[in-house]
Design a protein around this ligand. Structure first.
Ligand code: CP
Length: 332
């Protein structure tokens, strides 16, 4: 495997192979599997789980890693093509990425959406440039509209919990004080569709996921025997749901307009997950979130501290599935 950029690049059989390998490495550790191998990690944006789970996973396989956070102890990196570099950035990724790749056996990069122009962010222009510049195996640690490591971990979490393939999976928008990227909702929607689930996106007016993201998920659902629909009726969406996956994201109706987004979301503070949301859900329905999460803003304590929440298992599975990805990339 040379690239892990999008779960959609993989056939269901390849995903099942990765999930089986992840479980095998969890049950039967191989502490020498990647001895001598080095993973480079570049974080243009903050992280708790992605950074630590990759470092821990690499160490558990006998390899090592280095972390670059551009502009924090290292040169700030310019990402714009044809930029006149008379500002803060001392180095361009056109030099920086190949240099870092030359020091390691695989590179992971996190580069969030700019959040100004929807078409540009949907086009993943920055990550495509990084892809061209990197001659080593490359892992997407969260790009403008994708987070494949999170999606794979969430798939494993549902398998661990024996959530049926055809279960009803609700991806619901939840409140956050400001606009957040589309990467996790897009990746989550596609993952659940690819798993063959009955997927319903619940979101307020103004927060519809872009048509290209919905269509990609519909195609995945059609191939897997599942379905994808969307509604603004949260209660209807939750009827019979076996999984509620909550996520915050910015308005798509006024993408890049922070003031318009603020005006819209000011009326939506009741989109904070509470036990009452589960009134007509399936018995034992689970609650998922990728973390980080704002307690009592996006999700109430009663949910995060209650029996439905599987958020810590999701986070643990990040390390386990990423070990499987690293193993397939680097094990000789
Ligand atoms: N879920 C996730 O990617 O967490 P971090 O942003 O902390 O890496």
């Amino acid at each position: 495997m040379k690239r892990f950029l999008d779960l959609a690049d993989f056939e269901p059989a390849q995903i099942r192979d990765l999930l089986a390998l992840a479980q095998r490495l969890q049950d039967s550790p191989e502490p020498g599997a990647l001895a001598g191998k080095i993973l480079g990690l570049v974080f243009f944006n903050p992280s708790l789980r992605t950074l630590s789970s990759f470092q821990a996973g690499m160490a558990r396989l006998g390899g090592s890693s280095f972390v670059i956070t551009p502009g924090q102890g290292t040169w700030q990196l310019e990402t714009r093509l044809n930029a006149v570099m008379n500002g803060g950035a001392a180095e361009h990724i056109r030099e920086g990425i190949p240099v870092l790749a030359s020091y390691c056996d695989a590179l992971g990069v996190r580069a969030f959406a700019e959040g100004k122009n929807l078409e540009q962010d949907l086009g993943e222009s920055l990550f495509r440039m990084i892809d061209e510049l990197c001659d080593k195996p490359l892992i997407n640690l969260e790009s403008a509209v994708n987070h494949p490591c999170q999606a794979l971990a969430d798939w494993k979490t549902m398998d661990d919990l024996a959530v049926p393939q055809r279960a009803k999976f609700v991806l619901s928008w939840v409140y956050h004080p400001r606009a957040l990227p589309l990467a996790v909702p897009a990746a989550t929607l596609h993952m659940a569709a690819q798993r063959g689930m009955e997927v319903v996106v619940a979101r307020p007016e103004g927060y519809a996921l872009p048509e290209s993201i919905m269509n990609k998920a519909r195609a995945a659902a059609a191939a897997a025997g599942g379905s994808v629909s969307e509604t603004t009726d949260r209660a209807a969406a939750m009827a019979g749901a076996q999984v509620l996956y909550a996520k915050e994201w910015g308005t798509t109706a006024h993408y890049g307009d922070a003031d318009a987004d603020q005006r819209l979301r000011a009326e939506l503070t009741d989109w904070c997950v509470r036990e009452s949301w589960f009134k007509h859900a399936a018995r034992g329905a689970k609650f998922m979130h990728c973390l980080p999460v704002r307690r009592n803003v996006a999700v109430a304590d009663e949910i995060l501290d209650g029996p439905r929440a599987v958020v810590r298992r999701e986070a643990f599975n990040r390390m386990v599935v990423q070990m499987a990805v690293l193993y397939r990339m680097l094990k000789s």
